[in-house]
Design a protein around this ligand. Structure first.
Ligand SMILES: Cc1ncc(C[n+]2csc(CCOP(=O)(O)OP(=O)(O)O)c2C)c(N)n1
Ligand SMILES: [Mg+2]
Length: 134
């Protein structure tokens, strides 16, 4: 956790001719979002997808499994991710709420001239691909 964004910035700096994609949960992303300022400072191309379910979903899953309904410290209020990316110098940032919106948003991110961020808003009840909270 937290490693993806800085690792992706380093990869994008090192391999400028490649496309670099970072996929991070909201909890993961919030550990080091400021590293994107380095991407902007060096004008590297990089796409970050923040999977925003508003929680530390993996930990919530364990809480719900062992102590159903008794959650503790796993909710994330989170910032405005698009505004945060723009404040760090994003060339492109947008929020995606449906699968149908994704291809065009991804194409826009790919054609950005600097770092791009897509906030993917997902269903908080879907804690894993196969486990759904009631
Ligand atoms: C540095 C670090 N701290 C804590 C953990 C324990 N941990 C594993 S998954 C997780 C929550 C991840 O939340 P998020 O990035 O939002 O992804 P989600 O599970 O919601 O998809 C935590 C706290 C970890 N793996 N690494
Ligand atoms: Mg999450």
């Amino acid at each position: 956790m937290g490693y993806g964004v800085p690792a992706a910035v380093a990869a994008a700096l090192r391999y400028r001719d490649r496309e670099v994609l970072c996929v991070a949960g909201d909890g993961c992303f919030l550990m080091y979002p400021q590293e994107l300022a380095t991407a902007a400072a060096h004008n590297v191309r990089l796409i970050t997808i923040v999977v925003n379910n508003g929680m530390y979903g993996t930990i919530r899953m364990h809480q719900e499994n062992r102590y159903p309904g008794r959650i503790s410290g796993t909710q994330l209020a989170g910032p405005n991710y698009v505004a945060l990316a723009n404040s760090l110098g994003a060339a492109h940032a947008e929020q995606v709420r449906t699968a149908e919106e994704f291809p065009a948003a991804f194409a826009r991110a790919r054609s950005a001239k600097g770092f791009a961020l897509i906030e993917l808003v997902t269903d908080p009840k879907q804690v894993t691909p196969v486990m759904r909270l009631k």
